[in-house]
Write a new protein. Structure first.
Length: 97
């Protein structure tokens, strides 16, 4: 359910733009999805520049282990895996639009 304010904006947009409600909403989803993909790709690029690959980071983590005072490697591995998972889902969403 859309908020009253969002419904008003959508109605105004439909009145002004040569687009249907569905087209406006779909384009909004596509824009938000694309923006998130860019953000996640920047994040994964930073990790790739630092560790080369997820496998390299996993190997480094296995060798170094997780010390009680430094969880950086483990945290970055979790971040990278989560980003890859989300990217996969977002790409599928974008492809389905």
């Amino acid at each position: 359910m859309l908020s009253v304010r969002t419904r008003q904006l959508l109605d105004q947009a439909v009145a002004v733009l040569p687009s249907s409600e569905e087209e406006i909403v779909t384009k909004g989803i596509a824009a938000e999805t694309s923006e998130r993909i860019v953000t996640l790709r920047q994040s994964t690029r930073r990790l790739q520049d630092k560790y080369d690959s997820v496998q390299q980071l996993e190997s480094r983590l296995k060798q170094a282990g997780v010390t009680p005072d430094d969880h950086m490697l483990y945290t970055e591995l979790l971040e990278w895996r989560a980003a890859n998972q989300e990217l996969s889902q977002l790409v599928k969403l974008l492809e389905s639009l």
